[in-house]
Design a protein around this ligand. Structure first.
Ligand SMILES: Nc1ncnc2c1ncn2[C@@H]1O[C@H](COP(=O)(O)OP(=O)(O)O)[C@@H](O)[C@H]1O
Ligand SMILES: O=P(O)(O)O[C@H]1O[C@H](CO)[C@@H](O[C@H]2O[C@H](CO)[C@@H](O)[C@H](O)[C@H]2O)[C@H](O)[C@H]1O
Length: 462
């Protein structure tokens, strides 16, 4: 295997001739495809790296492929998002790889071969781990690791089957490798923040063991992060729904989650620069929220009747800044919700997935922001859980929200409820984001954030 990973890479633009017709069908169906609802008008190959010696029987290609999509119907094609793909080619697929099928190529260099998503396949997955272990460099792909953490040989890979925005492979219940699907140049917070937290010795986040980057035309792209796999965990979302179904209280867990969030925020504020936000910056923040509201009402017409009411949450924030109020901003998680929190059987909470909101530009995701942004995300999540159950428990979300804020205050010394205008602005912004997210990805869930939207415009309560 090490022979394979040290081979010189080749770039083969002809591959697209084989892939194009198949990707047009397959790519838009993937959960992680970011351009849903807009037709794909073509592809261009950003990079292609052969990871196995091509034989008549099997091929393995690491590809970065740009999908061209017009911004709106009839407009000119825009450069499009770039996706990371690991494409396998075989004469025929064994039944265990049926879920990975992309299609049968009938043109180009791979004509006659069956193409599939090779992350599901054992040998390609092993090869990625081996490359990280040996710090391999294959063409523009740089595999690296923390020299202080050992990566054992012989760990058996399995593809994760949970709903997620990227794709992850678990190795022998010891490591988890997340391969980012939509990739952008620059420092990715999904690697940057866990590395910074590891340096601070923060025990609430798994410390990165390895990482995969691409160096292309002077730009660096983070493609994947390997972390220790926390065994036997349940995520906060599963736990919350389980307790709700039993009509059980979740406030002890919510409080402990508030404490864990504050631990992470405190460590991030120590590890990376903080700034003070004054009138100008808060005005920009509020303007951004207003713009997102405007864009969301275009995308989801059901939001339109609520727009004036939602507007006031953002103007109230700008008004406060105009009166001279300032806020501290720091690096934050950026997309915190119950599904990003894992609880180990020993009762410890771990926070994962520091990518931020994937739809936002990287530079924006890396800006220091008030910690209230993450807190608002979690508060929304308790509300989501309460609205997603068949057996609603009156007051459940409110009690969890209060316990979470109390736990947060116990560790940080700051109770988020003391800043209701900021919290409300962030919660409203998050609920609007969720409306767009659900409309695009899970239309059946749209009523959940819509209920919150309705509530925000009819109540003053946080
Ligand atoms: N270190 C870990 N230990 C155990 N499970 C993990 C770990 N990291 C992620 N997971 C599992 O993988 C899922 C997806 O991870 P996440 O980082 O949220 O990916 P995505 O960005 O694709 O949504 C999580 O919901 C969790 O179930
Ligand atoms: O894929 P990610 O976890 O990075 O985040 C995206 O998907 C989430 C759904 O899987 C979405 O979260 C929303 O639904 C959750 C329940 O499934 C709920 O706990 C969250 O509060 C709610 O925001 C998230 O917004 C989106 O970015």
């Amino acid at each position: 295997m090490s022979e394979a990973v040290t081979r010189t890479a080749t770039t083969n633009p002809g591959l697209l001739a084989s892939l194009d017709p198949l990707l047009r069908e397959w790519l838009p169906r993937q959960r992680w495809f970011a351009g849903k609802g807009r037709p794909v008008t073509g592809f261009s190959l950003v990079a292609a790296t052969e990871l196995l010696p091509p034989t008549a029987k099997q091929g393995l290609y690491h590809l970065l492929v740009r999908a061209h999509q017009p911004l709106t119907l009839g407009s000119s094609p825009h450069p499009g998002d770039c996706y990371q793909l690991l494409i396998g080619a075989r004469e025929a697929l064994p039944p265990r790889l049926a879920p990975a099928l992309i299609g049968h190529a009938d043109q180009g260099p791979l004509a006659g071969q069956t193409l599939y998503d090779a992350l599901y396949d054992t040998r390609p997955a092993e090869l990625l781990l081996e490359a990280l272990r040996t710090r391999a460099r294959i063409g523009g792909l740089h595999f690296d690791r923390d020299p202080h953490q050992e990566i054992r040989d012989g760990l058996v890979p399995r593809m994760m089957t949970v709903e997620q925005s990227n794709s992850s492979i678990v190795y022998g219940d010891t490591f988890i490798l997340k391969l980012l699907r939509r990739i952008v140049p620059g420092i990715n917070p999904d690697l940057e923040l866990p590395l910074a937290l590891a340096r601070e010795g923060c025990p609430r986040v798994p410390a990165p063991t390895g990482w995969l980057r691409a160096e292309l035309a002077g730009d660096s792209y983070v493609l994947g992060v390997l972390q220790p796999f926390v065994q036997g965990v349940s995520d906060g979302w599963e736990l919350a729904l389980r307790e709700l179904a039993k009509g059980e209280d979740f406030t002890a867990e919510a409080r402990s989650l508030g404490r864990a969030t504050a631990e992470v925020h405190t460590a991030l504020a120590r590890a990376l620069p903080t700034v003070t936000l004054g009138h100008t910056q808060i005005r920009l923040l509020a303007d951004g929220m207003l713009e997102r509201l405007e864009a969301a009402t275009q995308a989801v017409p059901a939001l339109r009747p609520y727009a004036p009411g939602l507007h006031s949450a953002f103007t109230a924030l700008a008004d406060l800044a105009a009166e001279g109020r300032t806020w501290t901003a720091q690096r934050v998680h950026g997309d915190l919700h119950l599904g990003q929190c894992l609880r180990s059987p020993a009762g410890q909470w771990w926070l994962i997935d520091f990518e931020g909101e994937p739809s936002k530009p990287l530079a924006e995701r890396r800006l220091p922001q008030p910690a209230a942004r993450d807190i608002a995300g979690m508060l929304r999540s308790f509300d989501y859980a309460a609205h997603s159950t068949d057996a609603p428990v009156p007051g459940w979300a409110e009690a969890c929200r209060a316990a979470y804020c109390s736990g947060y205050a116990e560790v940080s010394g700051v109770d988020p409820r003391m800043d209701p205008v900021l919290l409300r602005a962030y919660e409203t912004d998050k609920a609007i984001y969720e409306v767009v997210y659900e409309a695009r990805h899970r239309p059946d869930w749209l009523p959940v954030p819509m209920a919150a939207i309705e509530n925000y415009v009819t109540s003053d309560l946080i």
